[in-house]
Design a protein around this ligand. Structure first.
Ligand code: UDP
Length: 245
């Protein structure tokens, strides 16, 4: 059961969890949305929900469709991007279903109106959902082509006055080089926004990083694949890499 008051140990009271669509893909099955993987991710979300944190999830769509990849094959870029945004709605609904199977109350909120499926984004209403203890799943990115769901996470975090963006990835933080390709790569415990931009570290896209920098919003990059990690981050344990000034 969720506590009515946040656990006093929580470092972050209101968080935006940014999940790439790829986190839902099954390792063995290779399905774009794998049932077991989805339940595993959602059980981690439930852990921070039970700590009493106010939780938003911004879900990507790259497991289903990416506009830039489609445009490289000749599709109009904006059309591809709208398809990508629709893909995030599919993922958002899948997450809603899995979270509700875990008895977590949710609302899917979309940047593109589709009232029969989810409610449109209205800033004050989204904040109200958080105050009432609902997990808010932001789908359809920013609603604009040429952007990404990383930028959507930064934008929504600013709008709802979140304390932090938690970026769950396949690796346990930001490295000097890609640790999958370079065995000499070392992990940063913390790093500045400018260093991320200058060194072109692939954390989030530059638009998202700049937005966070201008508004002093910290980002914690951590390994989502280790069970219990989101909870540890929310409790302030030194997990992953923190991007701040
Ligand atoms: N997209 C967009 N505008 C946005 C967010 C997303 O056009 O504000 C499109 C874009 O085509 C992108 C796709 O949706 O490739 C999926 O989003 P993203 O690549 O950010 O997903 P992720 O990599 O996080 O799974």
């Amino acid at each position: 059961m969720r506590d009515s008051k946040p656990d006093p140990r929580t470092k972050y009271k209101r968080v935006v969890l940014k999940l790439s669509g790829e986190v839902l893909r099954g390792g063995k099955s290779g399905d774009p949305i794998d049932g077991n993987t989805l339940l595993e991710v959602c059980s981690q979300v439930k852990e921070i929900y039970e700590l009493g944190a106010q939780v938003c999830v911004v879900i990507g769509g790259g497991n289903i469709f990416r506009g830039v990849a489609a445009s490289a094959k000749g599709m109009d870029r904006a059309t591809g991007d709208y398809m990508g945004m629709l893909a995030t709605v599919i993922n958002g609904l899948a997450m809603q279903d899995a979270l509700e199977q875990h008895d977590v109350v949710t609302r899917v909120v979309t940047a593109i109106e589709m009232r029969a499926v989810a409610e449109p984004f209205i800033r004050r209403r989204a904040i109200r959902h958080l105050e009432k203890g609902r997990v808010v799943i932001f789908a359809a990115g920013t609603g604009n082509p040429y952007f990404t769901t990383d930028t959507a996470a930064a934008l929504r975090a600013m709008e709802i006055k979140a304390d932090v963006i938690l970026k769950g990835t396949k690796v346990d933080g930001i490295y000097t080089a890609d640790p999958m390709l370079d065995s000499q790569a070392t992990k940063y415990a913390s790093i500045s926004y400018l260093q991320v931009l200058e060194r072109q570290l692939k954390v989030m896209d530059a638009t998202a990083i700049s937005l966070c920098m201008d508004n002093k919003l910290p980002i914690v990059v951590f390994n989502l694949r280790l069970p219990g990690n989101i909870r540890k981050v929310v409790l302030g344990e030194p997990i992953g890499t923190t991007v701040s000034n």
